[in-house]
Write a protein that binds this ligand. Structure first.
Ligand SMILES: Cc1cc2nc3c(=O)[nH]c(=O)nc-3n(C[C@H](O)[C@H](O)[C@H](O)COP(=O)(O)OP(=O)(O)OC[C@H]3O[C@@H](n4cnc5c(N)ncnc54)[C@H](O)[C@@H]3O)c2cc1C
Ligand code: FES
Ligand code: FES
Length: 485
């Protein structure tokens, strides 16, 4: 029996039946509802023209976050609230301060990108009181592209919007609406011969996975969304993880932080940056864009297992484990053992990723991760490197090196690691390890980088790590929790 998709939209509960479970939020807005303020640029989460704000009830509190409507399947909205650029207009017809600021600062020229910028800015407006810092503005706008303005006027608008008379948003009233839409047990939406299962508990999820081992698991849809819009792939039945509260927990236990597979990338990196502020700070900022991090999950990144995914190299270098759950129990694997071959994982029928366990900083470990991509923001890595060395004085006790973009899976550098263990962390050891990387990796040439570029830069990233962590490195460079007592 199919239940309708129900979400809060334009101050009412909106119900949908009969559309394919893979229809995107953007398609529904533009093609079914004729709400054409939200634009389609790329249909792959890159340009931000489709940015909307989604409201969710979390522990009784409303969270409002910008996401890309073009890659979100519509049934994921069930129980949530959807806001588009048309919602910004005030009851008296006046522009919202976000829009007024864009007008005053000349933040719009052709206007195609403007609704997306307005919604990203509104997402920030709801959180800040005074003028936002430049870094916060850059982060907020990292997922929005504009071909006309050169960005400076839009950044001005981001500051100006907070100087205009404030417009309050009634989150308490929205919480009441969302509470009324809550479902406490499995819901099923079915149409066009395809089912969209939305379990609420771990037990329901495990049962469903056992019954439908080949259904597509869907978390934040920032990979799967592109299978729909770009690859036109038939997904079959879908099991959605986004309502399973048990997958959203973060717990610290015995020197490990366990991040539930359903924790968003933004929340996961926020937590991990509390423990590794300098080491992971840049990676957090450079991982996709804020709207992608608001939707995508750490579990999805790990489970997708792309050889160019950004979390795996540093997770592997730190010795993280993946927790695999099924009806008959759980097992834990070192993350590097999870990846068997290109996009092939050690995931048995009926299993799913429940959590990722990340060791917390330990004394004597020097750890860094570096991302090389053509752009600073919102770009996939050509090469991603991570190094975690246990050091005693000037000697390397053990070395863990992992790279993305260098093989068909995220992969450790066994030869270089073996060569470094027990040696002084000096230039001779560095040179030998740089040479050994050619034994560990035979990278491919593709549109992101040539094989030669990849091997050279991998070696140079190891040199950078040495420059920053060698025993006689200037303190300012070394002082990133490295060699912490
Ligand atoms: C514009 C854009 C920019 C991006 N930039 C980056 C980037 O900079 N770095 C990077 O690494 N990635 C990037 N990505 C990829 C993507 O955002 C990440 O891989 C993200 O973490 C995927 O998580 P998700 O929750 O959206 O997964 P989904 O798309 O929902 O799922 C991804 C895969 O994992 C499976 N899956 C999900 N959860 C589980 C689970 N718990 N158990 C078992 N299987 C599961 C799904 O079945 C699917 O195969 C980008 C994507 C886009 C669209
Ligand atoms: S249309 Fe480009 S991000 Fe959605
Ligand atoms: S105003 Fe033309 S793309 Fe931004």
């Amino acid at each position: 029996m199919s239940e309708p998709i129900r979400f809060y939209f334009r101050a009412a509960v909106h119900e949908v039946q009969g559309v394919a479970p893979t229809q995107t939020v953007l398609q529904h807005l533009r093609e079914d509802l004729h709400c054409t303020g939200t634009k389609e640029g790329c249909a792959e989460g890159d340009c931000g023209a489709c940015t909307v704000v989604v409201g969710t009830l979390v522990d009784g509190q409303v969270e409002l976050k910008a996401v890309n409507a073009c890659i979100q399947p519509l049934p994921t909205l069930d129980g949530k609230a959807l806001f588009t650029v048309e919602d910004l207009q005030q009851p008296d017809g006046a522009l919202h301060p976000v829009q007024q600021a864009l007008v005053e600062c000349h933040g719009s020229q052709c206007g195609f990108c403007t609704p997306g910028f307005a919604m990203s800015l509104w997402g920030m407006y709801l959180k800040v009181d005074g003028a936002p810092a430049r870094k916060a503005i850059d982060d907020c706008l990292s997922g929005n592209l504009c071909r006309c303005t050169g960005y400076r006027p839009i950044i001005d608008a981001a500051r100006r919007m907070t100087e205009l008379p404030r417009v309050q948003f009634d989150t308490a009233a929205l919480a009441v609406q969302l509470q009324a839409l809550r479902r406490d047990s499995l819901s099923v939406y079915a149409a066009h011969g395809q089912a969209f299962y939305a379990p609420r508990t771990l037990a329901e999820l495990a049962q469903l996975r056992a019954i439908h081992p080949s259904a597509t698991l869907l978390a934040g849809a920032t990979d799967v969304g592109l299978w729909i819009t770009k690859q036109m792939r038939a997904l079959g039945d879908i099991v959605y993880l986004g309502h399973v509260e048990a997958l959203k927990s973060v717990a610290i236990d015995g020197g490990v932080v366990e991040i539930g597979a359903g924790v968003t990338l933004e929340a996961a990196y926020t937590e991990l940056c509390r423990h590794y502020p300098q080491e992971l700070g840049e990676m957090r900022q450079r991982f996709a864009s804020l709207p992608i991090r608001n939707a995508g999950t750490l579990g999805g990144n790990v489970a997708n297992g792309s050889p160019i995914g950004d979390s795996m190299p540093w997770l592997i270098a730190l010795g993280a484990e993946v927790v695999l759950h099924a009806v008959d129990g759980e097992r834990r694997l070192a993350l590097e053992d999870f990846y068997l071959d290109y996009m092939k994982k050690d995931l048995r029928p009926g299993e799913f990723v429940r959590a990722v366990r990340v060791p917390l900083p330990r004394a004597g470990i020097a750890f860094r991760t570096y991302k090389l991509a053509k752009r600073f923001d919102q770009d996939i890595s050509a090469v991603c490197a991570a190094f975690a060395f246990r050091v005693d004085g000037a000697t390397i006790v053990s070395a863990r090196i992992a790279f993305g973009g260098m093989a068909g899976t995220p992969k450790r550098a066994a030869a270089a690691e073996a060569l470094l263990a027990g040696r002084a962390w000096d230039e001779a050891a560095l040179d030998a390890a740089m040479a050994a990387l050619a034994q560990d990796y035979a990278p491919l040439s593709d549109m992101r980088a040539s094989a030669d570029y990849r091997l050279r830069t991998a070696r140079n990233l190891l040199r950078r790590f040495w420059l920053e962590t060698r025993p006689d490195a200037p303190l300012a460079a070394r002082d990133v929790n490295a060699f912490a007592a």
